[in-house]
Design a protein around this ligand. Structure first.
Ligand code: CP3
Length: 335
């Protein structure tokens, strides 16, 4: 599988391609299924419909990898924290006050439908298409659990200084739960997994080491012990100058780059031969035209001869025209 060969450090031309959030609201067929499911969480927990929306972007664009349709917040929900998605506003959880209220022993029963989706998708996917399982990085999931919503994560930031023991407890629980969750996905047929550490960049260096790198290391070590050879992509968004330490110290096999990180700079601080993923600015995919053409050509030149997975620097937005995605695929495939 070309995708897995690149993750293992081999260069491929043209590079493999997929897009973060490739299943989603920019696709009319996604909106139709979501309507049928009622709400977003019900869609994540419905294996038949979740399989369908996972496959939609593969059928339409022929990406090299499918990503399981679910969300990083399904894990805290399975651990017993409330979760709802307010229309047009994003996720809402009751801000966590006490780790003792979480029920790690019951989680697997609640996320079981997600694991079923993994098995179904692997059966349906073409053999040459990789299936990516995922979880949120513990620090990012903790941000949502502690603040109860996205934003500046002010409560999380304050707690990290004032009650670091509490934050550590949350992270330890999430780290263990993430190992079980990801391990179940690999056992069910995921070819590799990705850790979305989307808010890694809000932590200063010492907290970055403790809250981001350390839990990731534990997850990677344990997953590799249970599933020798399994590949893990880490996405420490906005890690800045901490990227090198993350790439060398966290145990991941590849790193996803955000759009503000220069690829040559990333290469200079990552272990030689480590696969990189990214990092087209999602705005370019919305804009299309000359700006997209030039950026894709530039990115392709930049990654030629290196192990690189072409992707965006963050998720595709709902306002992206399908024609622009088609053009991106064309530009990448023609090499
Ligand atoms: O296609 C895919 O990439 C697979 C599925 C996937 C979703 N979310 C589906 C989704 C994945 C991998 C995620 C990851 C995720 N979820 C992250 C990490 C990546 C990132 O974007 O930084 C985060 C932070 C979340 C939490 C989350 N989920 C937020 C903040 C939101 C609201 C913002 C928004 O886009 O609406 C979601 C909702 C969400 N997750 C949607 C989808 C398709 C939209 C739900 C809908 O249909 O209304």
């Amino acid at each position: 599988m070309k995708f897995l060969d690149v993750l293992a450090g081999g260069a491929a031309w043209p590079p493999p391609l997929w897009l973060m959030r490739q299943a989603g609201r920019y696709l009319p067929e996604y909106r139709a299924v979501r309507e049928k499911a009622g709400d977003f969480v019900s869609l994540c927990l419905n294996p038949e419909l979740a399989e369908e929306v996972t496959l939609q972007p593969i059928r339409k664009f022929g990406f090299d990898a499918a990503i399981l349709f679910s969300d990083i917040l399904i894990l805290p929900m399975a651990l017993g924290q409330g979760l709802r998605f307010a229309e047009g506003e994003g996720p809402r959880l009751p801000p966590l006050e006490d780790v003792g209220l979480l029920k790690p022993d019951r989680a697997a029963g609640i996320y079981a439908p997600v694991i079923e989706t993994v098995g179904r998708v692997r059966q349906s996917l073409p053999k040459e298409t990789a299936l990516i399982g995922f979880a949120g990085g513990p620090a990012t999931v903790a941000c949502y659990m502690l603040d109860g919503q996205g934003g500046a994560f002010c409560r999380t930031k304050r707690l990290a200084y004032e009650r670091p023991g509490f934050v550590r407890e949350v992270l330890e629980l999430l780290t263990g739960a993430s190992v079980e969750y990801l391990s179940a996905q690999v056992s069910a047929g995921a070819d590799c997994v990705m850790l979305f550490e989307s808010w890694a960049g809000i932590f200063p260096p010492d907290q970055f080491r403790e809250f981001v790198i350390k839990p990731t290391r534990i997850i990677c070590d344990e997953l590799k012990k249970r599933h020798p050879g399994v590949k893990i992509i880490g996405f420490p968004r906005l890690a800045g100058l901490m990227l090198g330490e993350y790439a060398r110290g966290s145990g991941v096999d590849a790193v996803g780059l955000d759009s503000v990180t220069e690829i040559a700079s990333a290469r200079a601080v990552c272990p030689p031969g480590m696969a990189l993923q990214g990092n087209l600015d999602p705005l370019l995919l919305k804009l299309g035209g000359q700006a997209l053409e030039e950026a894709v050509k530039g990115l392709m030149e930049e990654v030629r001869g290196y192990p690189h997975i072409l992707n965006l620097g963050h998720g595709i937005t709902p306002d992206v025209p399908e024609a622009h995605v088609k053009r991106l695929v064309e530009l990448v495939r023609q090499g």
